[in-house]
Design a protein around this ligand. Structure first.
Ligand code: NAD
Ligand code: TYD
Length: 358
């Protein structure tokens, strides 16, 4: 038996593939389109490993997905593939609709057709695990309780709206066709292989390059931060023991304002790689115009996952962020590789005049 991972060359998907193969002998077929966010270097550690089969392709390519499902006798599909960056969704939402909505629909249809042809006992054990985000729930006021699985969907950005649409499709394929799906909604991840367009890796990269650390608005927006390998262990646990049709929220119990996150990163860098002039990296902080429609606060109640499946995160923000900064310091070749070419074009456009584009 084999699992099919989509988007396994991206940030979380590649961490998942490495983590899976460190814990299991079951092979992985890794289907990834290799957009700007996909990077085969993330998978260098499993290069030549006979348990890892990489295929470049689109989740919307029904013929390809159907062939892979049959060829590898796939027993579970884990859908990480997505366009994932909110600012890019504001600058150009079309790709988010194509992959997150239409791509997920096409993937579900290919999987449904394969699954309905399986023997009854194999059908019962099959799983389609859809990896989603807490952003589908919208924005919280400062004192509101954290999102639980009953919270209504109220997405605000093109990214979160497209993920919400995909979640609804996944639920409908369970309700209508009986496809055994699992949905996970997770908070903001950070860790190795994080593409430096997102806050934490961008700040590490800019700090070391002597560039401004752009903080949108007042920097008091709150996110819950989860170390990526904790996300991977939660997904493994949900795949293993989750009830089909159910949603599981995943979070780190680490609510922090953006400005505090940035100051924490700066303090670690001050210790591990002090600036030659002895000035703190925090001096590079630069407040810039806010992101349009910027959600103020996300917070996750991961109590269901703990009560029902016994999962808890292993890392605190302090331990996870130290590991992350150390990883970036020792993998500057990886950073240089991903920040050449198209990345520079994005950063130039996005931060022109110090302002995110409206
Ligand atoms: P990412 O942007 O780093 O990686 C996405 C991967 O999907 C890339 O390798 C890309 O090449 C691939 N891809 C894109 N379109 C594809 C298509 N049509 N067919 C096949 N492959 C395609 O994203 P990430 O941060 O690793 O996020 C992975 C998943 O987790 C996404 O579904 C995202 O919504 C979800 N998520 C992310 C976070 C976070 O903090 N990054 C938090 C919660 C949930
Ligand atoms: P990001 O990493 O893009 O994740 P998301 O938008 O999915 O939460 O952003 C995290 C937070 O950091 C978010 O509130 C926006 C903010 N942010 C900045 O202040 N400056 C930046 O340059 C970036 C990329 C994000």
């Amino acid at each position: 038996m084999t699992i099919l991972v989509t988007g396994g060359a991206g940030f979380i998907g590649s961490n998942f593939v490495l983590d899976w193969l460190a814990h299991h002998n079951e092979p992985v077929v890794n289907l990834d389109k290799l957009t700007y966010a996909g990077n085969l270097n993330n998978l260098a550690a499993v290069h030549g490993d006979p348990r890892h089969h990489f295929v470049r392709g689109d989740i919307g390519d029904t013929n390809l997905v159907t062939r892979l499902l049959h060829e590898y006798q796939v027993r579970a599909v884990l859908n990480f593939a997505a366009e994932s960056h909110v600012d890019r969704s504001i600058a150009g939402p079309a790709a988010f609709i194509d992959t997150n909505v239409v791509g997920t629909f096409q993937l579900l249809e290919a999987v449904r057709s394969y699954w309905s042809g399986l023997a009854i006992e194999v059908q019962a054990g099959f799983r389609f695990l859809h990896v989603s985000t807490d952003e589908v729930y919208g924005s919280l006021t400062p004192d509101a309780p954290a999102f639980d699985e009953q919270h209504c969907y109220a997405p605000n950005s093109p990214y979160s709206a497209s993920k919400a649409a995909s979640d609804h499709l996944v639920h409908a394929w369970h309700h209508t066709y009986g496809l055994p799906v699992l949905t996970t909604n997770c908070s903001n991840n950070y860790g190795p292989f994080h593409f430096p367009e997102k806050l934490i890796p961008l700040v590490i990269h800019n700090a070391l390059a002597g560039k401004p650390l752009p903080i949108y608005g007042d920097g008091r927006q709150v996110r819950d931060w989860l170390y990526v390998l904790d996300h991977c262990s939660a997904i493994r646990r949900v795949l293993e023991a989750g009830t089909p049709g159910e949603t599981y929220n995943i979070g780190g119990c680490n609510e922090m304002a953006n400005i505090d996150v940035v100051h924490t990163v700066c303090a670690i860098l001050d210790e591990l790689r002090p600036r030659p002039d002895g000035v703190t990296y925090a001096a590079q902080v630069s407040f810039v115009k806010d992101r349009p429609g910027h959600d103020r606060r996300y917070a996750i109640d991961a109590g269901k996952l703990e009560r029902e499946l016994g999962w808890r995160p292993q890392e605190t923000f302090q331990t996870g962020i130290c590991k992350t900064v150390e990883w970036f310091l020792t993998h500057q070749d990886w950073v240089e590789d991903v920040t050449s070419g198209a990345y520079r074009d994005w950063v130039e456009k996005q931060y022109a005049d110090g302002h995110p584009r409206p």
